[in-house]
Design a protein around this ligand. Sequence first.
Ligand SMILES: *[C@@H]1O[C@H](CO)[C@@H](O)[C@H](O)[C@H]1NC(C)=O
Ligand SMILES: *[C@@H]1O[C@H](CO)[C@@H](O)[C@H](O)[C@H]1NC(C)=O
Ligand SMILES: *[C@@H]1O[C@H](CO)[C@@H](O)[C@H](O)[C@H]1NC(C)=O
Length: 291
Amino acid sequence: MKLFSLVTLATTATALYTQRMTRIAGVEVIDTQIVRDARAMIKEFPDYLYSHQMRSWLFGAAMINANETLRRHVDLEVHAIATMLHDLGWDMTPGSRWVSSDKRFEVDGAIGARKWLSEHPIGKFLASQALYASEILNNQPEVGNSSLLVSQWAPERVRKVFQAIALHGSGSIVDFFELEEAVIVQSIGQDYHGPVNGVSQESYNAIAKAFPQDELLSGTNKTFTWLAQTKPATTWGKISRDFFPLSALNWQGLTSIHPKDTWLEPWGEAFVPGYSAVGHRSFDNIVGTTR
Ligand SMILES: *[C@@H]1O[C@H](CO)[C@@H](O)[C@H](O)[C@H]1NC(C)=O
Ligand SMILES: *[C@@H]1O[C@H](CO)[C@@H](O)[C@H](O)[C@H]1NC(C)=O
Ligand SMILES: *[C@@H]1O[C@H](CO)[C@@H](O)[C@H](O)[C@H]1NC(C)=O
């Protein structure tokens, strides 16, 4: 083997274990191309949504930085992508590519993030493998620029992003999943419940100053009301009968296959005229309540 290729391999190996970092709102965060691209993408959303996703990332990064175990074990890129893309299902733009008519918002977010990763030049697992191989074969690594090399989006990483986002409304479940998934959901939760797990109030306040929180509750309220209005069947205990009006399918079988155990009902009950979950909930299914 030529000396040059040995040097190349050594440089490559070093690059794989070196992650570029930067500071945002006083918090040290990972700074790779795909992370920058995720941020640029969500910047297109209205401010309350962009800033909620940014704060989720930064509160989480502050939590990871404050904890030796988390620093050692959390995949910072997986964490950054999942927190920044977790609410794609909140995009109220008419005809949004992220929002389905029949899936709860968390699942829309998970599918959207997976799709975004699959379309991203670095996120495409096979493509990045090919690029990685050609970097080595061509003996031309970009020394000091590890963004390509550390960004191997193996299916395992995509799965973590998907699962954490799909379950982000269910902290009481996800806390018992793998570390990254639990940490991602705790990161998001801090925006509503304040600092946890070693994040100082000072650091929390600095993040909330850089990305103001003032529209968080009104924006969330508006979004949940919109979801109850535009796709009520995703907000209660089971799929609505009205959802398949002409269906010859076995209705009982269908409900037991696709329960939607979400917690958005109160927004429909409180703010959407004509909305009623009664007859649609798992409760009704089990105790036999009808409308
Ligand atoms: C660090 O995080 C781990 C995993 O969540 C947790 O078990 C541990 O108690 C934390 N350590 C400290 C010092 O907070
Ligand atoms: C690292 O490489 C990426 C992709 O080629 C490029 O966009 C970026 O500007 C580079 N960064 C540095 C610091 O050279
Ligand atoms: C929540 O949204 C509903 C429907 O738009 C509105 O009537 C209500 O005032 C809002 N409440 C808050 C606290 O934002």
